[in-house]
Write a protein that binds this ligand. Structure first.
Ligand code: NDP
Ligand code: PMR
Length: 398
């Protein structure tokens, strides 16, 4: 019964994306414009209409290793009680930070990972290539660019009949070179639609599951970033995050009757990403204010370090992708490997010393975690409340 959804035909509208020929922003490396000679990195005209895929398998149990329900297993003959395996849902676990975290958790033998991924085959290959043991994970299809897919994902996770002890909202897209916005199935600008609104609905839905889990330390983690925090050097590299008076978000970010940008301004892909990270960090704090006392769930965000080699920069110009890792390694010294970043996020998932709620974690040069300060905007409770209420309307929760 649990796996009935495995054969369910799913309709997965790919996002409607419109990009003009040559729609790559003037090539700029590290905020500095390069000459016209480097403007050849143009993307081809791609005006995709809604595509209906019937081939995707919605749920596939990689492992039937169901997790037993009591939190503490009965005493073994030696008299020792052991904690049952925890189950962590991680979005965007097919690459980068999400994959490294899934691997780090699975390797401990204490966690089963539900990998919420938009590309099932890619996720499956990535998990195998990372050496994750077959019984340690389950891949469930999730396209955050579609609210229907988010709802279907929640239903499919419930069908697995595993507890949900930790949820990690990790997936993201970054479109620094796009001249024109692209849109999710529901018509939201892509970066905010995927990084914030898709996760907002997912987290709201899965809060009930977290609340009913009997795991001793239940957590909802939303990955943030330094670049959304204007109280840092990195956060002051233009374009800076700024949600303004939220007029674009209030009007639906559809780029037709409203701006595609939260602040109502002109489209800028890099800014849209940074704005989405501000929303992620505000959402975590609003969750904490509204639900921590009532549910006992720990809400946290983090900046894992600059993981300059991940797929996040796939849409950036080749020169950026070549120079960004050494720049971060040798100049800013902010670089961390995917493996190290995965260990950091895995700590936020499971370390008994990181149970404080409402916190934004960072790590110092010795890889020791500390509670970091968010920028004024990213810690503004009024803004958090407004973002929450507007997001509720957009995802149909109001
Ligand atoms: P990656 O591109 O490697 O990982 C992003 C993941 O998100 C991929 O698995 C990708 O899937 C998935 N994803 C993208 N769009 C969707 C969608 N519509 N539905 C479902 N999944 C989707 O980047 P990172 O590992 O670097 O990013 C992970 C997180 O870390 C992000 O939240 C990012 O903001 C944050 N971060 C990253 C930093 C860095 O330096 N890299 C620094 C600070 C924060 P697919 O594999 O199919 O493309
Ligand atoms: Mg940044 C201590 C300095 C520091 C750190 C930790 C980062 C992290 N960056 C720093 C400094 C600088 N960066 C400086 C001085 C510049 C101008 C030369 C610079 C530029 C820059 C660019 C163009 N940095 C970038 C970009 C991107 O396109 C990345 C981005 O903003 O993605 C949204 C990026 C990043 N720098 C970082 C980190 C972590 C990123 C990736 C951001 C993220 O995932 O949120």
């Amino acid at each position: 019964m649990a796996l009935q959804a495995a054969t369910t035909t799913s309709f997965l509208p790919s996002a409607l994306s419109a990009r003009k020929e040559g729609a790559v922003k003037d090539s700029a490396f590290l905020g500095v414009r390069l000459g016209d000679g480097l403007k050849l990195e143009t993307s081809a005209l791609s005006l995709r209409t809604k595509r209906v895929s019937t081939s995707s398998v919605a749920v596939r149990a990689q492992a039937a290793a169901a997790v037993s329900s009591p939190t503490v297993t009965p005493a073994s003959p030696s008299g020792k009680q052991t904690l049952r395996k925890g189950t962590a849902v991680i979005t965007g676990a097919s690459s980068g930070l999400g994959l490294a975290t899934a691997k780090a958790l699975a390797e401990t033998g204490k966690w089963h990972v539900i990998m919420g991924c938009r590309d099932f085959l890619k996720a499956s290959r990535a998990a195998k290539a990372a050496g994750m043991e077959k019984g340690s994970y389950t891949i469930v299809h999730l396209d955050l660019a579609s609210l229907d897919s988010v709802r279907q994902f929640v239903a499919n996770v419930r069908q697995l009949e595993m507890p949900v002890d930790v949820v990690v909202c990790n997936a993201a897209v970054y479109q620094p070179t796009a001249k024109e916005p692209s849109f999710t199935a529901d018509g939201f600008e892509m970066s905010v639609g995927v990084n914030h609104l898709g996760h907002f609905l997912l987290a709201r839905e899965l809060l009930a599951d977290l609340t009913s889990s009997d795991y001793p330390s239940k957590r909802l983690i939303i990955v943030g970033s330094i670049t959304g925090n204007t109280n840092t050097l990195a956060g002051n590299v233009p374009p800076k995050a700024n949600l303004g008076d939220l007029r674009g978000l209030a009007s639906g970010l559809n780029g037709v009757s409203s701006s595609a940008m939260i602040d109502g301004g002109e489209f800028d892909g890099a800014k849209a990403y940074k704005d989405s990270k501000v929303c992620n960090m505000l959402t975590m704090q609003e969750f904490h204010r509204r639900y921590h006392d009532e549910t006992g769930v720990t809400f946290a965000s983090l900046y894992p370090g600059c993981i300059a080699t991940t797929g996040l920069f796939r849409e950036h110009i080749p020169l950026f992708r070549l120079l960004f890792p050494p720049f971060q390694k040798y100049i800013t010294k902010g670089y961390v490997s995917e493996e190290e970043a995965g260990k950091r996020l895995a700590q936020v998932v499971s370390d008994p010393s990181l149970t404080k709620s409402g916190v934004y974690w960072s790590w110092n040069n010795n890889s020791a975690s500390f509670e970091n300060q968010l920028s004024e905007e990213a810690s503004d409770p009024e803004k958090a409340k407004k973002v929450w209420e507007l997001s509720e309307k957009l995802v149909g929760l109001q």
